[in-house]
Design a protein around this ligand. Structure first.
Ligand code: NAD
Ligand code: LMR
Length: 337
């Protein structure tokens, strides 16, 4: 078939569609950045009733974009209408943290949203629905949604966003080494999307001459363990808070860009030899307890992700993996029963 043949549209739900992240995200999706330039989409947009008017405004602007790939919009405050038949679910709707708050402060505020919407996924979504949780605390909210849908949907359908952390880390390494960001490959984020996340460059490389397969390990190119341990890691961990302090609002356009990258790679596949980070339900790899929603380096093929096996874990990184695991377990223990 011709690459220009128009397949059936993909139904994509964005929750929190009247919010700040959505205000970048929905236009990126409508313009083809998530599923490629030939794939039409129907956008389902959900927010809460008091945001109905704002939501109408977003739909007006989507119409005004005259996007050739936008085959329709379903803007609603009704959960059943929003989740009916969706194939991709971007769970952005939740309360963001403000200055001085930790993501864990949102635990109880947002838990019910993900319980209700996990049940709606089970009832109304396509069985192969790909779910990405963005609302914080993202890993634990994904755990809640997955649990609520457990009888009906496989846990492999669920993920949470750590791609923004990966992008932040890649950008910092590129700047430090003095190379374009596109040359920095296989930086990993392990664990929770929180202060305990583990940005890890042990297996990362700078692609010097990709056509010849020539690479330099990031550890060699940086050649400064003190900077990596005492500056790079804490800066990546604290970047969300730094943006909140500067903007008085949490990251939005960069979050939307990360959401696009996460879902694009999951649906269309990662490049050969390249890894990306996704928080997914642990299968016990790297001794991470089964069932935790934990960020791992993954590769994607034919719409399925798989955790990259056999990567070297240094004793320094192992201690940090233990700490982020413990934090994720304590978030689950703190959930309302
Ligand atoms: P925002 O407040 O601008 O928008 C959130 C929207 O969600 C609001 O319009 C709100 O009405 C809506 N909402 C609340 N409850 C809802 C429900 N039950 N159903 C549907 N919609 C609902 O916030 P934002 O800046 O867009 O951020 C959204 C979330 O994403 C926050 O939790 C934030 O912390 C998180 N976030 C995560 C990452 C990440 O990397 N994982 C990055 C940035 C932000
Ligand atoms: C981020 O990393 O920017 C988001 O998770 C928002 C936040 O609360 O830090």
């Amino acid at each position: 078939t011709s690459p220009h043949a128009k397949p059936n549209p993909i139904r994509v739900l964005v929750t929190g569609a009247a919010g700040q992240i959505a205000y970048s995200l929905v236009f990126m999706i409508a313009s083809g950045q998530m599923f490629g330039p030939y794939q039409p989409v129907v956008l389902h947009l959900l927010d809460i009733p008091k945001m109905q008017e704002v939501l109408n405004g977003v739909v007006m602007e989507l119409n005004d974009g005259a996007f050739p790939l936008l085959a329709g919009t379903v803007a609603t405050t009704d959960v059943k209408t929003a989740f009916m038949g969706i194939q991709v679910c971007l769970m952005v709707g939740a309360f963001p943290r403000g200055p001085g708050m930790q993501r864990s402060d949102l635990l109880k505020m947002n838990a019910n949203i993900f319980k209700e919407q996990g049940a709606a996924l089970a009832k109304y979504a396509a069985r192969g629905v790909k779910v990405l949780v963005v609302g914080n605390p993202a890993n634990t909210n994904a755990y809640i949604a997955c649990l609520a849908a457990k009888a009906d949907l496989p846990s492999t359908n669920f993920s949470a966003l750590t791609r923004l952390d990966q992008n932040r880390a890649v950008s910092m390494i590129a700047e430090r080494v003095g190379v374009p960001v596109a040359k920095v490959k296989n930086v990993s984020i392990w664990g929770n999307h929180s202060l305990t996340q583990v940005p890890d460059v042990t297996n990362a490389v700078i692609q010097d001459f990709p056509e010849k397969g020539l690479t330099t390990p990031v550890l060699t190119a940086v050649n400064d363990n003190k900077w990596l341990e005492e500056s790079f890691i804490p800066q990546v961990q604290n970047r969300g808070a730094a943006v909140i302090a500067a903007r008085k609002l949490s990251s939005a356009a960069s979050a939307a860009n990360a959401i696009v990258g996460h879902m694009r790679d999951w649906v269309l596949g990662t490049k050969d030899g390249e890894t990306v980070s996704m928080a997914v339900v642990s299968d016990g790899s790297y001794n991470i307890p089964k069932g935790l929603v934990f960020s791992f380096p993954v590769q994607c093929r034919a719409g399925e992700w798989s955790i990259v096996q056999g990567l070297k874990i240094t004793p320094f990184i192992q201690l940090k993996l233990d700490a982020t695991t413990k934090e994720l377990q304590s978030e689950i223990d703190a959930l309302p029963k």
